[in-house]
Design a protein around this ligand. Structure first.
Ligand code: FBP
Length: 281
């Protein structure tokens, strides 16, 4: 596993360079879910694929930016699904973005995720590794990733990050979000999943939600590349991640680019979601 972490560190320095010097314009290509790819997305994807192809313990990889799974080493142990540069459209407006990695064994399903890593490219570059040793944060200092702290969620937080198109929210979802604000929660939503979820982790709790809506009943965020890696991180930090009804790591993935409604948070807030959604299965 250390060889994978080292490869991600090396790739992250290259991606940081691409972010700072790269062309933020659109490419002529579309990814498998019909999104027009930014040149940054493609460049970051190339860097990561090249890095993982050097590692003997990697069996298969799949990128959010590509249609299919790529076989690497038949005798490899790990399967890696990654979002090379999540929220890439925010680079143009100089907001934080990130890379997300889910590490699986045997199969690309929520139940088979064994570690998760994300890197935040913001005023500082930070990496958070979650595995059965807990959740640890590292920061680039003097050109290398240095250990900073362990991350643990409190039972209850203060931050609320409500994603998706509010006009298309189901009324019971809107009421639940309004109730949290009436309880004094602060709005913290940048439109970048990585910095938004990172903030709630570092600040000790709250709720990030990207629900199913009238226009997108299955939500927008991708199970293998975005939802499962953060679900694993939140669980290892003492919080929860659900699809509104159950632990999102227990849902069935039919296609590698499947999406899912998702809620990440500390226990108090997630129990509020379960209470609200239980009558709307
Ligand atoms: P990409 O993977 O295409 O970057 O989309 C993901 C994302 O940008 C997340 O980072 C973010 O949480 C969400 O979409 C924002 O969506 P919206 O603008 O609908 O709230």
């Amino acid at each position: 596993m250390q060889d994978i972490i080292d490869a991600i560190k090396k790739a992250s320095f290259e991606i940081q360079d691409i972010i700072q010097k790269g062309d933020t314009s659109k490419s002529d290509n579309q990814n498998s879910t019909g999104d027009t790819q930014l040149k940054l997305d493609i460049q970051s994807d190339v860097v990561i694929e090249k890095a993982f192809k050097q590692i003997s313990s990697v069996k298969k990889i799949v990128s959010e930016e590509q249609e299919n799974i790529i076989d690497i080493n038949e005798d490899g142990k790990y399967l890696i699904a990654y979002d090379p540069l999540d929220g890439s459209s925010l680079v143009d407006v100089n907001l934080s973005v990130g890379s997300i990695y889910g590490i699986y064994e045997n199969d690309f399903t929520g139940a088979n995720i064994i570690a998760s890593i994300y890197v935040v490219f913001g005023p500082r570059v930070e990496m958070v590794i979650a595995n059965n040793d807990g959740v640890k944060m590292y920061r680039v200092l003097d050109g290398e990733f240095k250990y900073i702290q362990d991350i643990k969620l409190n039972e209850k937080g203060k931050l609320n990050a409500p994603g998706s198109t509010q006009q298309c929210w189901y009324p019971y979802h809107k009421e639940m979000i309004d109730r949290l604000f009436n309880e004094g929660y602060r709005l913290r939503y940048s439109g970048g999943m990585v910095p938004d979820l990172h903030q709630i982790l570092i600040k000790g709790g709250g709720l990030f939600s990207y629900p199913g809506t009238t226009d997108l009943p299955k939500g927008k965020l991708r199970q293998l590349f975005e939802v499962f890696p953060f679900a694993y991180t939140y669980k290892m930090a003492g919080g929860q991640a659900i699809n509104g009804f159950e632990d999102v790591l227990n849902i069935t993935t039919e296609h590698i680019h499947d999406t899912s409604p998702c809620f990440f948070g500390s226990n108090y807030e997630i129990n509020k979601v379960l209470e609200t959604y239980k009558n709307h299965a």
